[in-house]
Design a protein around this ligand. Structure first.
Ligand SMILES: O=C(O)c1cc(=O)[nH]c(=O)n1[C@@H]1O[C@H](COP(=O)(O)O)[C@@H](O)[C@H]1O
Length: 271
């Protein structure tokens, strides 16, 4: 099944646009896990089990695993999601971008080694660096467009040939770059005006929207700005605000409660 079909099916079946970000930071783990050798895997598995019915996707961030030498745990977490929650797509947040011959290896890493359904990519080096991922016809890729951080202004807001760079990226991803039909865009919840603009340029593309929760993005504003005509089309990510809702013994229940509240706030905003 293609990534976009899987996402569409999940949006409809579970009635949720929430994505939980798996950004495991041992310094913030519950005390009960701190001394365990497989703490990263156990933490992610606990969060996955506590929230899977509430999400349209999980988004593991590769740096949190790689910085701890925990690539095997990342493989295992993604394998666990596929085995126990096969309807939930996994977006590997790797933000890759390199020349084609190297990109082929990054694509293999994401889709064959880690078995992700989708990956995040930087468009900075141009279309030939995106192409190797599109060769995996069923797999998705979210292209960075208008990122949630302040420094995103430095380049993404520059005007070139009458349009902002983020607008050009949105237009390319919606048209000539989208040869597989599996592209989406990353747009921060922290910039609802630009989010609305991206939605005008790309009326149907899936949008991965980080920046609610710990980064303070407004749920209501971002949902109203980013939904498609049929009130969907968004993968709204929250990481820290959900996965670190408690560091006590109730960490799984607290993560679930935070995820329920976030999913419900998103759904209230789109109805
Ligand atoms: O591509 C991303 O996921 C991403 C893009 C962006 O513009 N801003 C952004 O915060 N992210 C990622 O989204 C997650 C946000 O996590 P929280 O701020 O904890 O909800 C992190 O994994 C970031 O790396």
């Amino acid at each position: 099944m293609k990534f976009t079909e899987m996402l569409e099916a999940r949006w409809n079946a579970a009635d949720t646009l929430l994505c939980v970000g798996l950004d495991p930071n041992p310094a913030r783990f519950p005390k009960a896990l701190a001394s365990k050798p497989d703490a990263i895997y156990e933490f992610c598995r606990g969060i996955v089990d506590a929230t899977a019915d509430l999400v349209c996707a999980f988004k593991p961030q590769i740096a949190y695993f790689a910085s701890c030498g925990a690539e095997k745990e990342l493989e295992a977490v993604i394998g666990y999601i596929h085995e126990y929650y096969p309807a939930v797509p996994v977006i590997l947040d790797a933000k890759r971008g390199d020349i084609g011959s190297t990109a082929e290896h990054y694509a293999r890493e994401a889709f064959e080694r880690y078995r992700a359904d989708c990956v995040t990519l930087s468009p900075f080096m141009g279309f030939d660096t995106i192409k190797p991922y599109l060769a995996y016809e069923d797999k998705g890729a979210f292209i960075l467009c208008r990122t949630s951080n302040k420094g995103g202004d430095d380049i993404q807001m520059l005007t070139v040939e009458g349009e902002r760079i983020y607008e050009r990226i949105a237009r390319l991803a919606a048209t000539e770059w989208n040869t597989s039909g599996e592209l989406g865009l990353v747009v921060g919840a922290t910039y609802p005006d630009e989010l609305a603009n991206v939605r005008r340029i790309a009326p149907e593309l899936p949008l991965l929207v980080p920046g609610i929760g710990a980064q303070g993005g407004d749920v209501d504003a971002c949902v109203k700005a980013g939904v498609t005509a049929s009130k969907g089309g968004m993968v709204i990510n929250s990481g820290r605000a959900i996965i670190y809702a408690s560091a006590e013994d109730d960490w799984k229940d607290a993560a679930r409660a935070a995820a329920v509240a976030t999913r419900d706030a998103i759904n209230a905003a789109r109805r």
